[in-house]
Design a protein. Sequence first.
Length: 487
Amino acid sequence: MLSSVRCKLNDLAPIASLPPEILEQIFDICVSWLYGYQKPKHRLAWTQVCQSWRRISLSSSRLWHRIDLCDARLAEEFLLRSKQTPLSLVTPCCSPLKSTTDKLTIHAHQLRTIDVFLPPDEMVQLFRSVGPNLGSLASLSLKIPPMSSMLSLNIPIPFVRRLNLDGVSVPWETCQNLASLSLHGINKEYTPSVSELYYIFINSPRLKSICLEGFTLPTPEVPSSLEPDFIHLPHLADITISSDAHTLTALLSKLSLNLNTRLQLHVSLSDDLHTLFPRSGLPHAPNNPHLIPIQTIRLSQYSTHFLRTGAHPWSSNPPHTIFALSSASPVGLTHTSSSLVRLCNPQGITTLELNTGVLHDVPISLLCMLFLCLNSLEALYIAFHSDLEILFTALRSIDPSTALPYLPTLTRIGFSRPGDIWRHFATWWMRDLMEMLRWQKERLGPLESMCFWRCGGVFEGLGEVREMREEGLVRGVVGVLEGGGKC
C-alpha cells in the first residue's frame, strides 16, 4: 500500500509531466558519461530512481547500443538490453579486452560501428570472432598503440562507408563507396599503392573527406594505360595529405576537385609551390586557374594559405580556405611568389596578409616582384612582429619618376591580429608609417581606412593619429583598438 501511495505521489511531481521522449533523450546523455575518463560512481543510477524511469530506460533499446569492450559487466548488461538495435563496439582507451567475444559472435550481424583502440593481439582476437559477419558494418575506426608493430587484418569491408585506420591495414581492394577515408601511421609495407588509392577514389564517387597522414608510397610505380586522365570527386569537402613531395605529386596528378574543396598539404617543400601539381595548377581547376575563387593570400614563414572570396581578415574558419600548405622548411615568399601565376589568377587577389616572420631574410627584389604580380591589391594586413622595415624599404626603392606599378589600388591597411598585442608599435613604427602614408597620398591618393588592433602606444589622441586625419592621409576610418573587439 505504501508503495502504491509513493507511486501516486511521484506521478504528481512536476518532473513526471515530462514526455517519455524527453526523458529518453536525457538518459541518452547519462549513457554518454559512462565512456568518459571520469566515470560516475553510480553508473546506472538513473535506472533506479523510480519505476517509471526504469521502465522507460529498459524499453528504449537505443540507450544500450554502445558496447564497451573494456568493461565486462556493462558489456554483458548492454548486450542484453540492446535487443535487436544496431550496435556500436567501443573502447574509450587502450586496454585489454575484458568481455567475452562468444556473445559478440551472436550479435555480430547487428554491428553498425566499430571504434576501438586495442593492442594488436586483442584486435586480432576481436575480429576472429566477429570478422566473418560484418555485412552490416558501416563505420570502422581501428587504432593500435604507436609503439606496436603494424597490423594487417584480412577482413573484407565492402559495406563500410566511414574508414579510419591508425597502424592497421585492410584489403584495399574491398574498399568502395566510401564517404570518409582516414589513414594514419601505416608504413611502406602496408601502405596502399597509388593504383589502389585510385581504385578506391574511382569506386567511391561520393567521397566527402580524405586524410592521409604520414603517407609514403611503397615503391615507384609505372603508370597504367588503364588509369583515367582525371578522377573527379565532386562531393569532396576536405582533403588533407601529409607526405613527401614525390608522393604528393603522384597522388594529385589525377585528381580533379570541385571549387569548394579544401586542400591541405603538409610537406617539406624545397622547390616552388607549383611543382607539387603536375598540371601546373591546383587540382580544383587545373586547366583554368582563373576559375578558382581565391581573393586572399596569407603568407607565413612556414605556411601559405589561399582563402576564398568573402573571407574576413585573419579568418581561421575552415570553409574560407581553399588551399593551405605547411612545411618544416621556410616556404613563405620564397617558394610562393613565383608560383602565383600558375596556381590562380593574381588579378583576382585583393587582400594580402603577412604573418609573423614572413619577411625575414627576404630579398627586396623578391618583395617588389610580389607587388608587381599583385597589382590589384586593395588590402594589406600585417601581423604581430612582421618586419615592417623590409616592407618600407621595398616601397621606398620605387623610382618616383616612373608610373607606379606597386600597390596602385591599395585602400586599406591593418596592423596586428585580433587577440595579439603588438608592443611598442608607436615608438618603433609610427614615424615610418606616416612617411609611407604621405608618399602614398602624393602618388596615389589617400587610403580609405586603417586599423590598429592592440598596437602598443597607439590611441585616439595620439599626435600621429590626429595628423592622419588632419592631413587627409586616410580618407575614411582610422580604427584604434587597445583592448580588442570589432573595428
